[in-house]
Ligand binder design. Structure first.
Ligand code: APR
Length: 247
């Protein structure tokens, strides 16, 4: 465990006095669970594939089998992954700070697995499937399928219940996230490059409402210069240390 540094104590002190905290997580919080992020230069998913070839409605219409197989491959990686120390510490914080609102861009369900009770999933959840026409969730067994099954009621393809580029975010989840961000006094962005809207817009929303902004990320990001508190380290080190400093 990392020795607590001044920045750890500063974030712990901010959490101690915060009445309404929002934690916004991105792919980096699952990196230490072995799940590739999207934009890490070496092994990010977008370094190996083109997002527009896989994560858009047009890609699915063009080649449903390819898109389905990519999601099946990601689901296998996620099935093998376990929540890491960051997920577990964030879940512990959730129990310690009842007003904490957890908003995630991740679709891997690891926050829930770690024990976080209420997770606002801005981009859906890869472990769920829905009919691509009726949008109704389906519990059809998709294990081992190499092409998308057909909806039993209308015959359209089944698709992962995730938000693709160009698609709207689930309105109620987005509205709840924006309400929380616009009303918080501390927003902590963890493991996100803060490049994708409207998720990244929550940071500006919180700051415009006068909230303090903390960032936990081993790399600089587009919003690092706006952070009041910066923990330039992996989330799996930062959050256990912050939790320990809170005790
Ligand atoms: N701890 C904290 N942050 C980390 C760690 C770690 N151990 N490892 C990597 N990071 C950081 C990287 O430095 C990077 O800034 O996590 C961030 C991951 O950024 P992206 O790969 O862009 O992922 P994210 O910000 O979640 O992307 C947003 O874009 O492709 C879409 O829908 C997808 O939800 C995703 C959205």
């Amino acid at each position: 465990m990392r020795r607590a540094g001044p920045e750890i104590d500063v974030l712990a002190a901010a959490l101690r006095v915060s009445r309404r905290t929002v934690v916004l997580t991105g792919a980096g919080v699952s990196a230490e669970s072995g799940i590739p992020t999207f934009r890490d230069p070496q092994d990010g998913l977008w370094a190996r594939y083109r997002a527009e070839d896989l994560a858009t409605p047009e890609a699915f219409a063009r080649d449903p089998r390819l898109v389905w197989q990519w999601y099946q491959w990601r689901r296998e990686a996620i099935a093998a992954a376990k929540p890491n120390a960051a997920h577990l510490a964030i879940a512990a914080l959730d129990r310690l700070l009842p007003s904490l609102v957890l908003v995630t861009q991740n679709v891997d369900g690891l926050h829930q697995q770690a024990g976080s009770r209420s997770v606002l999933e801005l981009h859906g959840n890869i472990l769920r499937n829905r009919c691509s026409r009726e949008n109704r969730l389906t519990d059809i067994d998709t294990r081992g399928t190499s092409k998308p099954p057909r909806c039993p009621s209308c015959g359209a393809y089944i698709r992962p219940d995730v938000v693709w580029f160009g698609e709207p975010l689930p309105p109620q989840i987005l509205a709840a996230s924006q309400a929380a961000a616009g009303n918080c006094d501390l927003l902590i962005a963890v493991g996100t490059s803060s490049m994708v809207m409207p998720a990244a817009g929550l940071i500006a929303l919180a700051r415009s409402a006068g909230a303090r902004f903390a960032e936990v990320n081993p790399q600089e990001t587009l919003v690092s210069s706006q952070a009041d508190i910066s923990l330039r380290m992996p989330a799996g080190e930062a959050f256990p240390a912050v939790l320990a400093a809170l005790d």
